[in-house]
Design a protein around this ligand. Structure first.
Ligand code: CO
Length: 188
């Protein structure tokens, strides 16, 4: 599937609000190929030459609904820290990811969020959980996994999983007071 900034569905298309359905496991060839295309998009989007040549907006994640497929499939590639504090890249090709627990502590990105499906400006705190536990099938390692995510990775996973319910990041901004203080929040 050709995925670029022209083919990605934007928020002026009501389809972006559709619910995504879980996929059957083991993954079909079709679903695996789509996950691979989503992953390749994210990977290539951060290569400036490829991004320019193929019209890719830089991203750390993309979900299937954004390319017109209402299935619970998403790819994320996120810089993060391992448990010893070393910089690593967290890469996933996830089917049916589900948040099974989340911290009470909230978190938000200081610079706000963006989305491949959103071209307008929407500034403000997008309040999410600071830590989450996600269960999913991962097509990179070909196994059921549990991800304990904190900080930036936790934010990105929540953003992508929100796409499955048709939720966009700016739905979570308090439009009366976009920069209101969030008590106890982890600011990333
Ligand atoms: Co998005």
């Amino acid at each position: 599937m050709l995925i670029n900034n022209d083919t990605i569905i934007k928020d002026n298309d009501p389809f972006i609000r559709e619910k995504s359905m879980p996929v059957e496991l083991p993954l079909s060839d079709e679903d695996r190929a789509l996950l691979q295309d989503l992953y390749n998009y994210v990977k290539d989007s951060t290569d400036p030459e490829k991004a320019e040549k193929f019209n890719l907006r830089p991203a750390v994640g993309i979900s299937a609904i954004q390319v017109g497929v209402p299935k619970q499939l998403t790819a994320v590639i996120v810089p993060t820290l391992d448990k010893d504090g070393n910089e690593i890249t967290a890469e996933f090709m996830l089917a049916n990811p589900k948040i099974v627990s989340q911290s009470v502590q909230p978190a938000y990105l200081d610079s706000g969020e963006g989305c491949l499906s959103v071209e307008g400006e929407h500034e403000g705190h997008v309040v999410r959980s600071a830590r989450i536990k996600v269960r999913a099938y991962d097509a990179i390692t070909d196994q059921e996994i549990e991800i304990r995510a904190r900080g930036y990775l936790a934010i990105v996973l929540q953003h992508e999983i929100d796409h499955f319910s048709g939720t966009l990041f700016y739905d979570k901004i308090d439009h009366d007071d976009p920069y209101k203080e969030i008590p106890g929040a982890l600011v990333i």
